[in-house]
Design a protein around this ligand. Sequence first.
Ligand code: AMP
Ligand code: ZN
Length: 466
Amino acid sequence: MALRFYNTLTQQVELFTPLSGNLVRMYTCGPTVYNYVHIGNLRTFTFQDVLRRWLRARGYTLDHVMNITDVEDKIIRNAAAEHKTLAEYTEVYTQGFFEDAAALRLERPERVVKATEHIDDMAAAIQKLTEHGCTYVSEGSVYYRISSFPSYGKLSHNDFSGIRAGARVDVDEYDKADARDFVLWKAHKEGEPAWNTALGPGRPGWHIECSAMAMKYLGETLDIHTGGVDLTFPHHENEIAQAEPITGKPFVRYWLHAEHLSVDGQKMSKSLGNFYTLRDLTAMGYQPEAVRYLLESVPYRKKLNFTMDGLKAAATSIDRLRNYKLRLETGKFPPGANETLAERTARATAAFDEALDDDLNTAEALAAVFEYLRDTNTAMDAGEFLAGNAAGAREFLARFDSIFDVLNPSAKSGGLSDAEVDALIAERNAAKKARNFERADQVRAELGARGIILEDTKEGSRWKRQ
Ligand code: AMP
Ligand code: ZN
């Protein structure tokens, strides 16, 4: 069976095909940089990483955009409390996010874009919405009139037709019970940052940010848009309402939402204070790859309850995988090839692929891996695993790790030497030349995981440490 995803818009599992050729245009709502991300946020970003990797394994190329929300109510409040400019305040957490993402081996989307660098694009989008009769002004702020968009509610599957016209909401976050005309552009208030645009001095609301940037880089219709379930309403509902009246086209073809990470049955969130950052866990001695494994081990649409025992179990699973890899690399196997075991490898690979094709069922994919480990370990003990079976087993393990990425231990202190970085870059260049883009991407991801930032320029690759 081919690749399929559950689409929040249609509430169905659908076959996935991009709009044009092999290119997948994808948008991800990035972090709001008012604090370090917690591992709940990282669950959603890890899901997106698995999605990226699996799309590539299935032959697609990606144009993936992620935004950094660096202007928003909470950021403004916190920056003011610390007597910092917006940029000073957000820079720390933006870099912090990149460090955490690299430690978790999350590939960088093709483009990571900041809201504050796209204010004019947002103002232009608001002007277009005005031309289409979707806005009104009140006390200098511009609001979106939800009664102007009859299909408002189609993503969150809610009927908002009874909403009182003219009732407004100024805050960026609110829930279904508070659905009202929402703010697109906030008139300048004393003590708040402001930009001078054609709309007058002020700042954008949160929601316009993503639709303006998504359309700027990815065109009128995206293939995939991702985020955590909490963004379905109002954020993504509003994104649709801000895009479709302008283009007259569907904004997004597949909406994919990750379920929450919870602690003691409650959503992990900054406001509840029940969160761990990756830094908290590594300071306690846990490896980032154990966190990555734990977050990957439960399919993204299922709730995942975080416990320290779960994290320890993840580390044990990684040990089993690494021990197996070592046995494969160093074991002395009798000559020949065992046909039955070769078939077993083919079956395991097919089961792994089918699980990920099935809306990224990572739990099933891991089950296929561990059943294979158990069977082949038994065969090794019995002397039935032959030298000719090793290459297939290694390939299967490499396929697993190209998605789950937990086999290589994280660099301890110090990381890579300059010479080691140069050698990896040379390897990447050679892989690119040989059109082995998978390997080239792997090397890039490995460098990223070890804190090396790579920039491709016309003159070649440049790198620096984070
Ligand atoms: P934020 O920085 O709050 O804008 O959130 C960044 C991403 O993390 C969004 O896609 C959220 O939906 C997601 N998110 C927030 N809390 C959780 C959680 N407890 N579990 C999973 N994802 C979450
Ligand atoms: Zn967004």
